[in-house]
Design a protein around this ligand. Sequence first.
Ligand code: NI
Length: 181
Amino acid sequence: MTQELYQKAMKFAGEKHSNQKVPGTNANYLLHISNVVMEVLMAHHAEQNFNLDFAVQLAILHDTIEDTSASFDEIKNEFGEEVAKGVQALTKNDEITTKKERMEDSLNRINELSKEVGLVKLADRITNLQAPPPHWSQEKVIKYHQEAQFISEQLKGKNPYLNRRLEQKIKDYPINLKADL
Ligand code: NI
């Protein structure tokens, strides 16, 4: 049942992310997680052509390997190999030096797996395309915008609803924030 899987995954993520805040805020990291899950639920409400249980678990766990002590094997034991593989693909490889290559590598691995994994990446970036934090430089804002465009291109066709939503978020992203001051 989706509800039980949700609760189990949220307990795991809640414990793992317990000391992590959403960058630039005082909010616990579960704020980010709940927003990503919400996007997945809305996408499924729009069109039921993907595995909701799988996508919800991925959404909840997507940052656990990258940001916490959680390991591939731990997730595999708790949630199964498919979920662990998905979370691993959504995790950037620290051994790759440039940010751009790290993203390319992750997207390539995401594209080798089923569409739910790519759909969660779309939901993650949609969530992160809120107004940029005031301390970000113009250069960082532009780079983030470009990276979002790259993600959007690489994940075309994963989910029409989320693809459209990301395109709209990219269009609305205030890259000229500083020019207006
Ligand atoms: Ni995330």
